[in-house]
Design a protein around this ligand. Structure first.
Ligand SMILES: *Cc1c(COP(=O)(O)O)cnc(C)c1O
Length: 367
C-alpha cells in the first residue's frame, strides 16, 4: 500500500488514447469541427438508444441545458427549487430572470421535500426545478402530482444521473425537461457538455433552434437563440466513453459497495433511496452526526493528500444574490456531509487506506 499516494476526489474516465485518435483522424479528413457535425449527430443517436429517451440535444454544458429548459418553457416569476445542489441549479434560474424560492430538503434523501411544495406556491410560481442529488431520484410521483394540480412545469437538474433508473427506465424521461451534464467530473464525460432531454417534439425543436442562434435555415430565424452547440471534438470523447459506460457504472457500484463494507460500524449514514430507484453510484456521500466530525476527517485525509469535498456546502440559500429563506433541514445537513473519493481507477487498497484513516480519526477524537 503506497502511503503517500495522492488520491483526488474524482478523476475523469479516460478512454484509450488510440481510440480518440481514430476519431481525430476522421475529423481532420472532414475538416468539419462544429455546427451539428456527423459525430455530434452520431453521439445524439447513440445516447438516445443507450438511455432510451425520445429527444436529446447535445449542448455545450449542463448549465446551458438548464437555461434552455427555463427559456423554452417560458417561465417567469418564481421557481421552486432545492437549496441543496451545485450552484448552477440556482444561478441558472437567476440568470434567466426568475426568482428562486427554496423548498427545504428531505432529511433522508437530501432531495427537495415534495410535501413542502404546496405551502410555497404563490400566484407567481411557474415551475419546480429539482435536482436528483448525487444521482438519487427525487420523489418524482409526488412532484408530478403537486405540479399537475397547480399547473406548474417541472424541470429536473439531472446532472449527476447518467445511468440512474426510476421505475426501470432512464431518470431523464421524467419532468417536462431533464438537463444532463457531461462535464469532466461527471460519470459520463465529453470534457465539457450536457444534454437537454424532452418528451415533446415541439419543445425539442424550440431548443434545437435556441442552441444554434435561432437559425431556421441560413437566412431565417425562429426565436432568440444563443450559441449552445457542442463540437466534433467533444462528441468524439463522448463516443469513445459511451463504449465504456457500462463498465464505468459497474466499477462505481463495486467501489460504492466496498466502501459500505469497509465503513460498517461508522457513526454516519448515507442518503435514503426510493424503492422505485436504481442509483448510478456517482458519489459517495456520508452524513455525519456533527460538523466537527466532517472537519476533522477532512483535515486528517487532507494531510495525507487524500481529497474529499463538502458537496454541497454551504446551502444555496446563503448566496448573496438570493433572498434569505428558512431551510433549516438543508442548513443543518449541508454542514454535516462529506463526499469520499470515487472514480474509475480508485483501488481497493486506496479505499482501505481511506477507511482506516477515518476510523483512526474517529477514535483519536472520540467523535
Ligand atoms: C455539474 C453540475 C451542473 C452544471 O453542469 P456543467 O456541465 O458543469 O455546466 C449543474 N447542476 C449540478 C447539480 C451539477 O453537479
Amino acid at each position: 500500500m503506497d502511503k503517500n499516494k495522492k488520491i483526488p476526489i474524482t478523476k475523469p474516465f479516460m478512454p484509450p488514447a488510440e481510440e480518440y485518435h481514430a476519431y481525430l483522424k476522421g475529423i481532420w479528413e472532414r475538416e468539419w469541427l462544429s455546427n451539428n457535425g456527423p459525430l455530434v449527430q452520431e453521439l445524439e443517436q447513440k445516447l438516445k438508444q443507450y438511455l432510451d429517451v425520445d429527444h436529446l440535444l447535445f449542448v455545450n454544458s449542463g448549465t446551458i441545458a438548464l437555461q434552455f429548459a427555463i427559456r423554452a418553457l417560458e417561465l417567469s416569476g418564481e421557481i421552486l427549487t432545492t437549496p441543496f445542489s451545485y450552484i448552477a441549479t440556482t444561478s441558472s434560474i437567476v440568470w434567466e430572470g426568475c426568482k428562486p424560492v427554496f423548498v427545504d430538503i428531505d432529511a433522508g434523501s437530501l432531495n427537495l421535500n415534495a410535501a413542502l411544495i404546496e405551502d410555497l406556491i404563490t400566484p407567481k410560481t411557474s415551475a419546480i426545478l429539482a435536482s436528483h442529488i448525487f444521482g438519487n431520484p427525487c420523489d418524482i410521483e409526488a412532484i408530478r402530482q403537486v405540479a399537475s394540480k397547480h399547473d406548474l412545469k417541472v424541470i429536473y437538474d439531472a446532472a449527476h444521473c447518467f445511468g440512474t433508473l426510476y421505475n426501470g427506465r432512464s431518470i431523464y424521461r421524467y419532468g417536462d425537461v431533464s438537463a444532463a451534464s457531461f462535464h469532466a467530473t461527471k460519470v459520463f464525460q465529453t470534457v465539457e457538455g450536457g444534454a437537454v432531454i424532452t418528451r415533446e417534439p415541439e419543445l425539442n425543436q424550440k431548443i434545437d433552434f435556441m442552441r444554434n442562434f435561432g437559425h431556421d435555415g441560413p437566412e431565417n430565424y425562429s426565436g432568440v437563440g444563443i450559441n449552445g452547440k457542442n463540437s466534433e471534438l467533444h462528441a468524439a470523447m463522448g463516443l469513445c466513453n459511451l463504449v465504456y459506460a457500462d463498465n464505468v457504472l459497474a466499477s462505481r457500484k463495486k467501489q460504492f459497495l466496498y466502501y459500505n463494507e469497509l465503513l460498517d460500524g461508522l457513526n454516519a449514514r448515507r442518503p435514503t433511496v426510493l424503492p422505485e430507484a436504481k442509483i448510478n453510484f456517482s458519489y459517495y456521500p456520508l452524513i455525519f452526526e456533527h460538523e466537527t466530525d466532517v472537519l476533522e476527517i477532512e483535515r486528517e485525509l487532507q494531510i495525507k493528500d487524500i481529497h474529499t469535498r463538502r458537496y454541497f456546502y454551504p446551502s444555496l440559500t446563503k448566496l448573496d444574490y438570493v433572498a434569505r429563506q428558512h431551510t433549516p433541514v438543508c442548513n443543518d445537513l449541508a454542514s454535516r456531509i462529506l463526499c469520499l473519493p470515487l472514480y474509475h481507477e480508485l483501488q481497493e487498497s486506496d479505499q482501505q487506506r481511506i477507511a482506516s484513516i477515518i476510523f483512526n480519526t474517529v477514535h483519536a477524537h472520540q467523535l
